[in-house]
Ligand binder design. Structure first.
Ligand code: ADP
Length: 192
């Protein structure tokens, strides 16, 4: 299996690019944000708990998200996928460590981390813009967005250092046309 992590701050285009990459390379797309929003939609206990954090722009507790991705590798194999593209996970070093343990169990590993680089001003602009149509309550309020970026800087950025130690991170410029960024990601994926 060729498993990758699509990394980058909120609003960097991970969801858009992951959807294109999964089709192009026959990967299973795992977005913890989408999984959490699905739980909220269903009105499950997990969803109700997670929503309180998400609406404040805070990370959902590690145990909750780690519990959600346990079956990913079995699903990918059953569906004949070439690997998994993780989008929005891992977001803390504890999540990265849990993913390592799970992969060891499943006899697989992370081929690389593709990291989208976008400046802060552009991020806020994009998220507020998305909020006009996405219906996501965490996209509409500037204070919540600032909180998400803050969570990213303090808790998620260290995940890049975790993987950089094994020389697994490739940075990709995340500002430009969707197609140009997609081409750059494809090349980086193939080079891993
Ligand atoms: P974005 O990347 O634009 O912030 P996501 O859909 O990835 O959008 O995440 C939305 C929210 O869901 C986050 O702000 C956080 O509250 C929660 N979330 C998603 N993935 C995780 C995760 N791996 N760990 C903790 N919280 C998460």
């Amino acid at each position: 299996m060729k498993n990758i992590i699509l990394f980058g701050p909120p609003g960097s285009g991970k969801g858009t690019q992951a959807a294109m990459l999964k089709d192009h390379f026959n990967l299973l797309h795992i977005s913890t944000g989408d999984l959490l929003r699905e739980e909220i939609r269903k009105g499950s206990v997990l969803g109700t708990e997670a929503k309180q954090y998400m609406d404040r722009g805070e990370l959902v507790p590690d145990a909750v998200v780690i519990g959600m991705i346990g079956g990913s590798f079995d699903t990918a194999r059953e569906e004949g996928k070439e690997g998994i593209i993780f989008d929005g996970f891992p977001r803390t070093v504890a999540q990265a460590e849990a993913l390592d343990r799970l992969m060891e169990d499943k006899d697989t590993s992370i081929a690389g981390v593709l990291s989208l680089v976008v400046d802060e001003e552009e991020l806020t602009k994009r998220i507020l813009n998305r909020g006009l149509t996405s219906g996501r309550s965490d996209d509409s309020d500037e204070a919540t967005i600032r909180n998400r970026v803050q969570e990213y800087r303090t808790k998620t950025e260290p995940v890049a250092s975790y993987y950089a130690a094994n020389d697994k991170v490739r940075e990709i410029e995340g500002v430009g046309s969707i197609d140009d960024i997609f081409q750059a990601l494809c090349k980086a994926f193939e080079d891993l």
